[in-house]
Design a protein around this ligand. Structure first.
Ligand code: CUA
Length: 178
């Protein structure tokens, strides 16, 4: 059987394309650090009273990251229609050069928790505590650095206004526990 030269060429190219597609899908699935929202952070009945009694949320008294050990900190955030607590109104404060694990849950509907300009991003599902760890580098000045936090899941009439802030505080200005 005679196969035309151009036909062979197109055959080869389309095979290459398929291999390329599989390659990008594989990379997206395992290489880019993207994970399904798991219940690693635990589960909690989606109501304010039970969330507030949860160990992680009970220790979150104000907007400051809670010290765990070394440079590790934790912040528990309630994402609700249409704010982050803490985060909206006054920013979540974390020290520079730290590794911060955010525990985020919702008492009402599905929200998102996305740190603008970074790849830190999780879905927030009622009943599940999303766990996401973010590393904050040392600051290159004495000025605090701010990151926006936005909700990226449509959650109702106030969705587009659902936003907050994270403030990375220089070490010598850090007032939380260390
Ligand atoms: Cu919360 Cu959109």
């Amino acid at each position: 059987m005679e196969i035309h030269r151009y036909e062979k060429l197109w055959f080869g190219l389309s095979l290459l394309l398929i291999v390329g597609f599989i390659g990008t899908i594989t990379y997206g699935a395992v290489g880019a650090g993207v994970q399904m929202v798991s219940d690693d952070g635990g589960t909690v009945e989606p109501s304010f009273s039970t969330i507030n009694e949860n160990e992680k949320f009970a220790q979150q008294e104000d907007n400051q990251a809670v010290h765990v050990e070394g440079n590790e900190y934790e912040v528990a955030v309630i994402a609700q229609r249409f704010s982050f607590q803490p985060g909206t109104g006054s920013p979540i404060q974390v020290p520079e050069d730290s590794r911060v694990t955010f525990y985020v849950t919702s008492p009402d509907v599905i929200h998102g928790f996305s740190v603008v300009g970074t790849n830190a991003n999780t879905m927030v599902i009622p009943g599940q505590i999303a766990e996401i760890t973010v590393e904050f580098d040392e600051l290159d000045s004495d000025e605090p650095k701010e990151y926006g936090v936005v909700c990226h899941e449509f959650c109702g009439a106030g969705h587009e206004e659902m936003a907050g802030q994270i403030q990375v505080v220089p070490e010598d200005q850090w007032e939380g526990d260390a």
